[in-house]
Design a protein around this ligand. Structure first.
Ligand code: 6PG
Length: 248
């Protein structure tokens, strides 16, 4: 595993770098395999990345790009909290990507059924060999202030899932299910990029990236066994890292 840290001056620069990383990963995957399979992050940080992709990368071969989601909330696709809606508003509705290239969690179904349905979608698209796993060309992830990523929250059952590709994960602190890809899939990706922006993330980022930290956060278990891991952060999020011995 190749592990990198890149600090951008501010959020706008972070979004530009992330958009260019998406572009380069897409070009490489399409050149090598004829298609690009990417799992998008939810939350708020990635919106600026998706907006830049819509505004500056309209000429990407979107017909060869397949969009998946690292996680989803159990709400309708047009709900304000839907990760699909955020991506659709900021990117998917603004580029020439066919509906069949967008593979969302079907949250019209009950959580467990939606998770099973998503696993079926993954298997149908990637056709992994028996015992093998889908390999995303790129996975974008965020970092929660409790150290979660995707919807792999501390103390939840999904952290122990070693066989399924996607699960409905009960998150007690949110008092709701969350749909999420599991560590096996995320750690099988070719390229994983964490997007971490803002001073509000500086404390958890210091803990997550500190070499001396004994605590274990779900985000620290993202270690693509045969891939590249890039922590893409901005100055505000990095403000407590000075002088800290990091895992890099
Ligand atoms: C979600 C995300 C979640 C997010 C982090 C960071 O559905 O909310 O998948 O893992 O990436 O909570 O969220 P922000 O980018 O909003 O800080």
């Amino acid at each position: 595993m190749l592990r990198e840290l890149q600090i951008a001056p501010d959020n706008a620069a972070l979004c530009s770098v992330a958009a260019e990383e998406f572009h380069l990963a897409a070009e490489s995957a399409i050149r090598n395999t004829g298609r690009f399979a990417v799992a998008l992050a939810g939350g708020t940080t990635p919106r600026g990345v998706y907006t830049q992709l819509a505004e500056r990368y309209k000429n990407l071969p979107w017909n060869k790009i397949h969009i998946f989601f690292g996680d989803e909330r159990p709400v309708p696709p047009d709900h304000p909290e839907s990760n699909y809606r955020m991506a659709n508003d900021s990117l998917l509705s603004r580029v020439a990507i066919a509906a069949e290239n967008v593979h969302r969690f079907r949250t019209e179904l009950a959580p467990e059924a939606a998770a099973q349905d998503y696993e079926n979608q993954l298997r149908e698209f990637f056709h992994p060999a028996p015992g093998d796993l889908p390999r995303f060309d790129l996975v974008l992830l965020g970092l929660g202030d409790d150290g979660h990523t995707a919807s792999l929250f501390p103390g939840t059952a999904a952290l122990n899932e070693s066989a399924r590709l996607a699960v409905a994960n009960w998150v007690e602190k949110l008092h709701t299910f969350r749909l999420t890809l599991t560590f096996p899939v995320l750690n099988h990706a070719a390229n994983v990029i964490f997007l971490v922006s803002g001073a509000g993330k500086s404390a958890v980022l210091k803990e997550v990236l500190s070499a001396s930290n004994q605590a274990s956060f779900p985000s620290q278990r993202i270690l693509p066994e045969n891939g590249r891991l890039l922590w893409l952060i901005d100055q505000d999020a990095a403000r407590l890292l000075a002088g800290e011995k990091l895992i890099f």
